[in-house]
Design a binder for this molecule. Structure first.
Ligand SMILES: Cc1cc2nc3c(=O)[nH]c(=O)nc-3n(C[C@H](O)[C@H](O)[C@H](O)COP(=O)(O)OP(=O)(O)OC[C@H]3O[C@@H](n4cnc5c(N)ncnc54)[C@H](O)[C@@H]3O)c2cc1C
Length: 350
């Protein structure tokens, strides 16, 4: 039906799939389908799609690799996905290189490329699943680094008009796993490129956790070894999404007031906490989930990963709703026991 209505130009250039399985497009491997699925590989194509009258009226969602999505049901609209790849050096001086990366490029391929050129800044973000466009939406972070630290600009197209806009990092309003694209501009812009400002004289950032300790054992101290070590540590802690469906950390770490934290400390002296602002403490959600006894527990088709309590896993053919129900039980228990709200980092769709 949609295919018959859509602008003939778009029909001639686009491959539009109907009743398309999204199982391989979400890392939970939930078995849902999209009414329509479309991919494009240039800014021009995207701009034309966005200006198509029929497309404008349809329900739509742009996805990356689906590593932060939880589909609760079949998607009754159009799923869009970018095939814009490639990494181009826009400019370079003695200290920096500006690398423009296609939104559809796998994020880790981008990291590997930067590291192979000895351009520093993103090596700590090695092996994070997903694509580069989404990385700029999410403000991905790991091992003391966030992508916002190296973002020079983000190129995007407004869904409503098809017009292009270049956002500076400041305009992206980055915060902890947060950006303007998750809030006031949610689903309003489609990112086509991300420009990263990388350094030609890398300074290793080993400030987080046991990274410096593990790095001590390495002969070479460079960004390639940081990448190798991060990949190794991550593989030990996190399940491979091809073997066990998951979306990484299901919840963000809650931030609570200092008095609240100190009150909990009286009953739970071991509760970890990191001061993030005046009178505000970030508490690891993993610790809270372990404290309520959910780490390693399984409930039929879903469970909590035994090596990392923040990770909810699909143990078989779990539906999105079953995964969401486990998340809700965790939220409720943490709230009852600690009066702390843990909120999903994962985006629910449907
Ligand atoms: C095993 C595992 C480990 C993980 N570890 C980490 C970690 O260490 N740190 C971390 O921060 N995250 C981590 N994540 C979460 C996830 O990898 C990131 O959130 C990632 O950026 C999601 O990318 P994606 O391409 O899969 O996006 P998706 O999940 O497909 O989409 C995420 C959001 O971005 C939007 N979006 C996607 N592409 C575009 C685009 N081109 N333009 C506009 N909007 C778009 C979507 O609509 C959605 O709102 C992990 C996930 C897994 C499965």
């Amino acid at each position: 039906m949609y295919a018959r209505n859509i602008n003939t130009y778009i029909l001639s250039i686009m491959k539009i799939e109907e009743n398309y399985s999204l199982e391989k497009h979400n890392t939970f491997h939930v078995q849902v389908a999209a009414k329509h699925f479309m991919e494009y590989d240039s800014e021009e194509e995207l701009s034309r799609i966005l200006r198509d009258e029929y497309f404008m009226e349809c329900q739509k969602l742009h996805i990356g690799a689906g590593s932060n999505l939880l589909f609760l049901d079949d998607y009754n609209g159009i799923i869009l996905h970018s095939l814009i790849g490639g990494a181009e050096q826009l400019k370079s001086d003695d200290t920096n290189v500006y690398l423009q990366v296609g939104a559809g490029m796998a994020w880790d391929a981008c990291v590997a490329y930067a590291v192979s050129n000895n351009w520093g800044g993103i090596e700590n973000l090695s092996n994070i699943p997903g694509e580069t466009g989404a990385a700029a939406v999410q403000n991905i972070g790991a091992y003391g680094v966030e992508i916002k630290d190296v973002i020079a600009s983000v190129t995007a197209y407004e869904v409503k008009t098809g017009n292009k806009k270049i956002f500076t990092a400041t305009e992206c309003k980055y915060g902890y796993r947060d950006s303007i694209f998750k809030n006031e501009l949610l689903d309003q812009y489609i990112i086509t490129h991300v420009t990263l400002k990388l350094t030609k004289q890398p300074v290793l950032n080993l400030s987080y956790g046991n990274l410096s300790e593990v790095m001590c054992a390495e002969k070479e101290q460079n960004i390639q070894t940081v990448r190798d070590v991060v990949i190794k540590i991550r593989a030990e802690k996190l399940p491979n999404t091809d073997e066990l469906g998951n979306a990484g950390s299901f919840f963000t770490n809650p931030i609570i007031s200092k008095p609240h934290y100190e009150a909990i400390q009286k009953d739970y002296p071991a509760i970890p906490g990191y001061e993030v602002a005046d009178n505000k403490i970030k508490v690891p959600a993993a610790w809270l989930i372990e404290a309520i006894g959910f780490k390693g527990k399984s409930f039929d088709t879903v469970g909590v990963y035994d090596k990392q309590a923040l990770v909810i896993v699909n143990l078989g053919d779990a539906s999105g709703t079953e995964i969401a129900m486990l998340a809700e039980s965790i939220r409720t228990k943490v709230l009852q026991q600690f009066e702390i709200e843990v909120n999903p980092e994962v985006r629910y769709v449907g």
